[in-house]
Design a protein around this ligand. Structure first.
Ligand code: ADP
Length: 440
């Protein structure tokens, strides 16, 4: 058996030697096949990997996108929240504005004065109930109407006329009829310097005017009643002082002289009160004519020379060398003004002071002025000069006589002549009072 086996093996080896090249080939083919398979597998793997990578990349991209979207969503949410807050604020502000508006409208509606509001085109945009009542007009009738169109209403016509004439801010009295006197005031409504409309306020002053008129009438009647007995006293005192009733002792004369002077002061006061009453009632009559102002000045100065000398005041009258043109004036009234101003200068200048009266020709007017070195007028009181019954605190302290009516009367006289009156003054240094009269 062993032999046989050996035989077989060598047989096989022989056979094998014969088949070897074939097996090699086979092996090579298998090897190639395997290599191809490996390559294929590798390629497939690679593709799969690429796909995986792509998938991963895609997933990463999606994640990023999701994150972005989430961020955006958060931003949107925040924005929405902010928007809601803003809307809430706006709503609150709107409510507040509405409240303010209602408050303003309530104030306007309950105002005791009439009120008309015009827009930038001068059309009526608001009328309160008081204005409706005062003017006897319904708001529907005039709302949206232009100012010019309002004159078709009889109650508005005089108001429109005044408003058109004056244009800017003003305050003026308008008499609509016997029982209705209005003080009308206009003023622009501006926002950031831009005119967006205007206001017309109608203030009923009928009652005040009636009381004022009654006061003036009372003063007028009282002054008239006082004038007759005062004239009688003056006349009698004059006779006694002239010793028509028999001789007087020096002492009697002195006393009577004082009485006479006091009576004169009373007559002056009564005359001033009568002038004021006439001015206020519009009954102050002017008789203008062309006159020489230099002569009028000189006449008043002459009548005050004695008083000036008594107080040892240095006095000077400065007038231009050339003759001044004549001025249209009421001689009596202008003399009264010069007299008031000169008397004040003498009265309020301590003895030894200086007074200079001057006349100057200006282009279209003549200017009169009187300068003194007197007590002056306190700065804080100067805006009340020329008002009725004003007397400076220092003047009152000086215990000088005076009514506080002279400058008020003078102002009215000068303004009735279309002139101007003004003053400059410094307390304890002196004052200058001026007036100017137009040449035409
Ligand atoms: P009166 O002199 O009778 O008081 P006026 O109307 O003439 O009234 O003057 C009013 C006030 O103005 C005076 O009381 C005085 O305080 C002040 N005043 C007028 N003129 C002068 C002046 N020349 N110097 C100082 N104060 C003056």
């Amino acid at each position: 058996m062993g032999e046989k086996q050996e035989e077989f093996k060598s047989e096989e080896l022989r056979k094998g030697a014969k088949t070897l090249p074939r097996r090699d080939l086979e092996l090579t083919r298998v090897k190639e096949e395997l290599e191809r398979k490996v390559k294929e597998l590798e390629a497939a793997k690679e593709r799969e990997m690429v796909l995986r990578i792509r998938e991963i990349a895609k997933a990463a991209d999606i994640k990023r996108k999701v994150e972005q979207l989430e961020k955006k969503a958060k931003e949107l949410k925040d924005a929405r929240k902010a928007l809601l807050n803003i809307l809430e604020d706006i709503d609150e502000a709107r409510k507040k504005a509405e409240e303010e508006r209602n408050k303003t409208l309530a104030i306007i509606a309950n105002l005791t004065d009439g009120l008309l509001v015009f827009d930038s085109d001068n059309r009526v945009s608001l009328v309160n109930s008081q204005a409706e009542e005062i003017l006897g007009i319904r708001v529907e009738e005039i709302e949206g109407e232009s100012l010019a169109n309002l004159s078709r209403f009889p109650s508005l016509k005089p108001i429109v006329q005044v408003v058109k004439k004056k244009k800017k801010v003003f305050r003026e009295e308008v008499k609509l009829h016997e029982n209705l006197i209005l003080e009308i005031t206009t003023s622009p409504i501006t926002r950031e310097r831009e005119r967006i409309g205007s206001l017309l306020v109608l203030h009923d002053v009928t009652h005040e005017k009636r009381i004022e008129r009654m006061k003036t009438e009372f003063v007028s009647v009282a002054a008239h009643q006082l004038r007759t007995p005062l004239s009688a006293i003056k006349w009698s005192l004059g006779m006694i002082l002239a010793e028509d009733m028999g001789p007087l002792t020096e002492e009697q004369k002195r006393f009577l002289q004082k009485t006479y002077q006091s009576n004169e002061r009373m007559i002056n006061l009564v005359n001033d009160l009568l002038d004021v009453a006439r001015i206020e009632e519009g009954r102050y009559i002017y008789k203008p004519a062309f006159r020489d102002l230099t002569k009028i000045c000189q006449a008043v100065i002459n009548s005050h020379k004695a008083a000036i000398k008594r107080k040892k005041i240095r006095f000077e009258f400065k007038k231009p060398k050339e003759k001044l043109p004549q001025v249209k004036l009421d001689e009596e009234k202008i003399s009264l003004v010069i007299q008031n101003l000169l008397e004040n200068a003498v009265r309020y200048t301590p003895p030894g002071g200086r007074i200079v009266v001057s006349l100057k020709r200006k282009e279209k007017e003549i200017e009169f002025s009187v300068r003194d070195t007197g007590i002056g007028i306190p700065k804080e009181q100067q805006d009340r000069l020329f008002t009725k019954f004003f007397r400076g605190a220092n003047a009152v302290r000086m215990e000088t006589e005076g009514t506080g009516l002279g400058l008020f009367i003078s102002k009215n006289i000068i303004e009735a002549h279309r002139g101007k009156i003004w003053a400059e003054s410094e307390e304890n240094r002196g004052s200058v009072f001026h007036f100017s009269l137009p040449l035409t």
